[in-house]
Design a protein around this ligand. Structure first.
Ligand SMILES: C[S@@+](CC[C@H](N)C(=O)[O-])C[C@H]1O[C@@H](n2cnc3c(N)ncnc32)[C@H](O)[C@@H]1O
Length: 226
């Protein structure tokens, strides 16, 4: 995604944009968008440990603000917010079983109530919408296609674009491409336009010694427009 972003920065209109990253993980896509001139980057995830790590990374980047873009007059404004895609569908959080700690309660909080309170305190403003949304490797199992589609519908500003780059990976009991096609269909159902397109895979040597796992299904772009 990052290599592609370098090539497509103008087409994506990153310079001056307010960017939302969903399922940010360590936030590499968002930090590159900042480097490419985004006015602001809002990193989101649902796991408290991931959000804490993002805050630490933001502090390091802010301390090195000039490094972000030598040509800009003011540094990129970063923020880190809780955004749980399942919450976009009434009742889905309650009925979705997650592995131990998968709801975030077990990794940073004594109980689920404390985790919920922290999430509410950090929540992304429910009215906030964005012209550019980025997501890397964010759709691989049920019920993410439905939840992510509804989240994008709620968060895309009129005329906005969500660009997802997804490895086509099978998951226990799920076929990778079927999951991605379900995401596309859920987006269309939600009133968005969505196109799935093959993306170039990494070169063989780029997998060597890194943490990236090569998937037989390759990679796709999903372009979603409001
Ligand atoms: C496979 S990781 C990808 C992380 C990062 N974007 C990358 O490419 O390295 C998926 C990310 O999506 C987040 N995620 C998964 N389910 C989510 C949900 N229901 N709501 C919000 N974030 C979710 C995970 O916490 C994780 O950070």
């Amino acid at each position: 995604m990052c290599r592609d972003m370098l090539e497509r920065a103008e087409e994506l209109k990153i310079r001056g944009a307010d960017v939302l990253e969903v399922g940010a993980g360590c936030g590499v896509a968002g930090f590159l968008a900042a480097r490419l001139g985004a006015k602001s980057v809002t990193f989101t995830d649902y796991l408290p440990g991931v959000l804490a790590n993002l805050r630490a990374s933001v502090a390091i980047n802010e301390a090195n603000a000039p490094m972000n873009d030598p040509d800009r007059s003011s540094p990129c404004a970063f923020s880190v917010r809780h955004l749980e895609w399942l919450s976009a569908v009434p009742g889905l959080v309650e009925k979705t079983k997650r592995v131990g700690g998968g709801d975030g309660s077990a990794c940073a909080f004594a109980d689920a109530a404390a985790a919920a309170a922290a999430a509410a305190a950090d929540a992304l403003d429910p009215r906030a919408t964005f012209k550019l949304i980025l997501g890397s490797d964010v759709c691989y199992e049920d019920p993410l296609p439905l939840a992510l589609a509804r989240t994008l519908k709620a968060r895309l500003a009129p005329g906005g674009l969500a660009w997802l780059v997804l490895p086509v990976r099978d998951w226990p009991g799920e076929n990778g491409m079927t999951t991605i096609e379900r995401l596309r269909d859920e987006c269309v159902e939600s009133g968005l336009r969505a196109v799935v397109e093959r993306a170039p895979d990494l070169e063989e040597h780029e997998y060597d010694g890194g943490t990236m796992v090569k998937h037989d299904g390759g990679m796709v772009h999903v372009w979603i427009r409001a």
